[in-house]
Design a binder for this molecule. Structure first.
Ligand code: ATP
Ligand code: ATP
Ligand code: MG
Ligand code: MG
Lengths: 258, 258
């Protein structure tokens, strides 16, 4: 099964963190146990799940760079069955700190393997920073598959070929089983022609890789993090909640078919 | 005068490229000559100004890493008085390629100095990637000031203190005259409470650093790049155009007062 999922796209602001938090939250609603790993030095996923700065004692930095056991950095969130490895800005020194380490690309992969994470979690969701640097490579190296949030905007397609190239490189050098889970269209605005055009263009180019589920632009999604809650808790009946529940269902369905 | 401007914010998708392109375009409308330097491996500013992939022969990569003279990489855009140094994805290897180069932080600064750029341009605008890596450090090292686009969203404030810390570090180690030009609020949606709250919060915290001009969310701004034109050309009467012209005027006004 595709247990470990990296949420990646080097284009900024496309909904990686929003997808990581809310897909994880929708998955736990189905009774599954999920570990969210925040690999972005901005720490937005940690903030969005209510982990205050003073509670980020053991973090992804300690796991990647200080070689601490992954389980030491896991903590609970307010949501039952959803745990997190938080991030701090220290992570931004990872590239430089690990430059001479031969195993720098596989640090996360090794940490997850050593922790025998499958024993306790049905899924692991990894939030990536907006770049194809060492942190995103580590996420891809550790993952079974990559889910790509794609904003329905003109610049969206620009970086896709580079992202897919990077996945191929990681598959060849580090993680032979790495798959593309799919592309999820985000911030879709049905009143806006550009949104429609980009969505059609992406489906024409990528076919089945593109999930049927589309995440609409919904202001409740951008409000939820300020209440330190996923959308399913902040506003369960919102279009954002319905969309991320549909995403979780489609993700589970596609697993079964794989 | 604050001639060289870095447009920076490590948060993704906040309007860095949109601000770089459209502020530059509004400045040339006032008769000034502007050079835009695309320092983002995504190359969105180059695409947004119509520089097709096959025309990106000499790029920012050649200037930074191959040490080619900056003037060799300058080319015209369709807009009179607006020239560009384009970017390609090669730039993403800059971190690794320059890791052992002692002058790696000041490559762009040295290249601009050697080119005596002030002779031909009133302003240089540098578009940065969504990170505080070597490329953004080079932009800050070369700049007279940093302009920070800030999206009116909850996560916006999260990374600001780190960004300001980085500016201080660059000021101490590399560029003693580096100033903060200011913060420009982007994608402001007056119908949305969160937008209003964030804008008020930012003004309370940062006072005069925040420009009076606010860039509204305007779909014409996201359409313009698909026509390879700045907003002032694509839709001169749009709210996006009016906002970026107001930004250019306020920028010029603040220069005179400085
Ligand atoms: N479907 C949506 N509708 C409305 N707002 C959204 C939606 N998805 C995300 N947002 C908002 O848009 C902004 C960008 O989203 P988010 O931070 O999740 O993107 P990201 O790809 O993680 O960004 P970064 O590249 O900086 O990591 C956030 O303020 C978020 O709240
Ligand atoms: N004021 C605005 N109104 C509507 N759309 C906007 C506005 N400003 C930017 N956009 C759109 O939002 C998206 C993000 O903007 P942009 O690419 O300029 O941000 P960025 O900070 O440069 O992103 P990155 O971090 O990836 O470099 C783009 O699709 C752009 O067209
Ligand atoms: Mg994010
Ligand atoms: Mg950009």
């Amino acid at each position: 099964a595709r247990r470990i999922l990296a949420i990646a796209n080097q284009k900024g602001g496309v909904g990686k963190t929003t997808t990581a938090i809310n897909l994880a939250a929708a998955l736990v609603e189905t009774g599954r146990k999920v570990l969210l790993i925040d690999l972005d030095p901005q720490g937005n996923a940690s903030t969005g799940l209510g982990i205050d700065a003073d509670r980020r004692v053991k973090t992804a930095y300690d796991v990647l760079i200080a070689d601490d056991p992954l389980r030491d950095a896991i903590q609970r969130t307010d949501l039952e069955r959803l745990d997190i490895v938080p991030a701090t800005v220290d992570l931004s020194s990872a590239d430089v700190a690990m430059v001479s380490d031969k195993r720098r690309n596989r640090r996360l992969r090794d940490a997850l393997a050593a922790a025998e994470i499958a024993r306790d979690y049905d899924h692991v969701v990894i939030d990536c920073p907006p770049s194809l640097n060492l942190l995103t490579i580590n996420a891809m190296g550790a993952a079974d598959a990559v889910l790509v949030p794609l904003q329905c905007e003109f610049f969206a397609m620009e970086g896709l070929s580079q992202l897919l190239k990077t996945v191929k490189q990681v598959r060849r050098s580090l993680n032979p089983d790495l798959k593309i889970e799919g592309v999820i269209l985000t911030m879709f605005d049905r009143r806006n022609n550009l949104s429609q055009m980009v969505a059609e263009d992406v489906r024409r180019n990528l076919g089945d890789l593109v999930y049927r589920t589309v995440i609409p632009r919904n202001v409740r999604l951008s409000e939820a993090p300020s209440y330190a809650a996923p959308i399913t808790v902040y506003d369960s009946a919102s279009r954002g909640s319905l969309a991320y529940r549909a995403l979780a269902r489609e993700f589970i369905e596609r697993q079964a078919l794989a």
